[in-house]
Design a protein around this ligand. Structure first.
Ligand code: SAM
Ligand code: SF4
Length: 425
């Protein structure tokens, strides 16, 4: 989401006549877009602001701005703590950044803009992809009202609000016309897309409409809340040729007691039933997930329950995070914090378990011939190209560079933890 917002800001600045600078030293404006989901990202921003202080000293005309979730959360406090800042802009200010910069240039006055007034963050047709861009994100909604007890997102991105389907379809069609082959529809919980629209729409209805767009080859989406994963969405995987066989379905914990304290509103068994329904409908679907270890009060038996569910779910890949206390969230008030060393140990155990599963999952496709959309030269060797299978696995093979941007068949010969490699057919 932050990457998408950054790109939107970059595009709006290009339209206003700005060009990209090659380094901080060459820039007349520096904007940091920030994430506050975990403490580590926030700490990085503060250390970056320290570096920028020196630049501002050398070049007082330099405009420095901070945007995104940390800016939304901290607002004007940031100006007090970091006098090198000229602009603080929140998560809903994405379409206003260029206007705010002009005002600062004209008046040389600092601005804090953290309003959340319900205005459209992503105006229709305001985004033009780069030439040769193959993949693109498209936001279909903003905000979240689930209030998972550990999560800062509802506080910094505001209430859930869906974009009009016509605006989304028109944006994707424009992208496809300009050569984009794959779109990823973005939202904090795409499964509840459309509830705030009049008349209400559903996420599968949107998928059916996007599937009709000429020139587009692949549709992906993130993220899905397990509670809202409907039978209609599972059916869409079967019916829609462009919808790729991959779902990211964050579980967060395998313990019902912890899931309840997290306010996730499902049990581990309900989750596993959804996984089974997905696999029954689409046997080769790849399923990835997020897991938090060390949520307050997580006992050894809760962690064992997580390991057990991870074994039973058979995820293709897993993103795991150490619980991070976020100011203002319900979980930050819970007293039974898990010691740091225990969290690190559990993270390591979980990582090892998932690596064994990931490699087995990848080995299962050895010998299969899969369509791969080539995106770039491989980092490993200039003679190799890297692309993705429909199941969102990175696949490398020896191939001529003019295949970048096309989909070709690759016979998979080797499996690694995070990728596949094979031979061009
Ligand atoms: N909306 C998505 C969902 O519900 O799955 C995810 C949004 S969140 C930005 C991405 C991931 O960060 C979550 O799935 C969760 O695993 C992790 N996360 C969120 N808050 C966290 C916290 N306080 N500590 C550690 N991990 C956290
Ligand atoms: Fe955060 Fe939960 Fe909303 Fe995801 S669904 S953004 S984890 S509150």
């Amino acid at each position: 989401m932050n990457e998408y917002d950054s790109l939107r800001i970059l595009k709006s600045l290009e339209t206003a006549g700005y060009t990209s600078a090659s380094s901080y030293e060459d820039a007349s404006v520096i904007l940091l877009n920030t994430c506050s989901v975990r403490e580590k990202a926030e700490v990085k921003v503060y250390s970056e602001l320290g570096r920028l202080k020196q630049l501002k000293k050398r070049n007082p005309r330099l405009i420095i701005g901070i945007g995104g979730c940390v800016a939304q959360q901290e607002g004007k406090n940031l100006l007090q703590k970091y006098p090198q800042l000229d602009l603080v802009f929140g998560t809903h200010a994405v379409p206003k950044v260029s206007q705010l910069l002009s005002r600062i240039k004209d008046t040389r006055k600092k601005i804090v803009y953290t309003e959340m007034n319900g205005a459209e963050i992503y105006p229709a047709d305001s985004y033009t992809p780069d030439e040769k861009q193959l993949t693109a994100f498209v936001s279909i909604m903003q905000g979240c009202e689930n209030y998972c007890s550990y999560c800062i997102v509802p506080f910094v991105r505001g209430p859930e609000r869906s974009r009009e389907p016509a605006a989304i379809v028109s944006e994707v069609a424009r992208l496809a016309e300009r050569g984009v082959k794959e779109v990823t529809l973005l939202g904090q919980n795409v499964n509840s897309y459309g509830k705030t629209l009049t008349p209400p729409q559903t996420f599968p209805e949107l998928l059916y409409a996007v599937n009709e767009i000429n020139g587009l080859e692949r549709i992906r989406f993130v993220t899905s809340h397990p509670r809202d994963l409907s039978p209609e969405l599972i059916q869409a995987f079967k019916n829609l040729d462009k919808l790729c066989e991959h779902i990211h379905l964050p579980l967060q914990s395998g313990s019902d007691r912890i899931l309840d304290r997290m306010n996730r509103t499902y049990t581990a068994t309900e989750y596993l039933n959804k996984v089974a329904a997905l696999r029954a409908a689409v046997p080769n679907i790849s399923i990835t997930s997020d897991m938090i270890v060390g949520f307050p009060g997580e006992a050894e038996e809760d962690f064992q329950a997580t390991l057990d569910v991870v074994g039973r779910a058979g995820f293709d890949d897993l993103f795991f995070f150490r619980y991070s206390d976020r100011k203002g969230t319900a979980a930050s008030q819970l007293p039974e914090k898990v010691p740091y060393d225990t969290m690190v140990e559990r993270l390591e155990t979980l990582k090892e378990k998932q690596q064994e599963i990931s490699i087995k999952k990848n080995q299962m496709v050895i010998g299969q011939t899969l369509p791969v959309l080539f995106e770039s030269r491989s980092k490993r060797s200039p003679e190799h190209l890297a692309g993705r299978t429909r199941t969102n696995k990175v696949a490398n093979c020896k191939a001529p560079a003019d295949l970048i941007g096309t989909t070709a068949l690759v016979k998979i010969e080797r499996a690694h933890i995070h990728s596949l490699s094979g031979k061009l057919i």
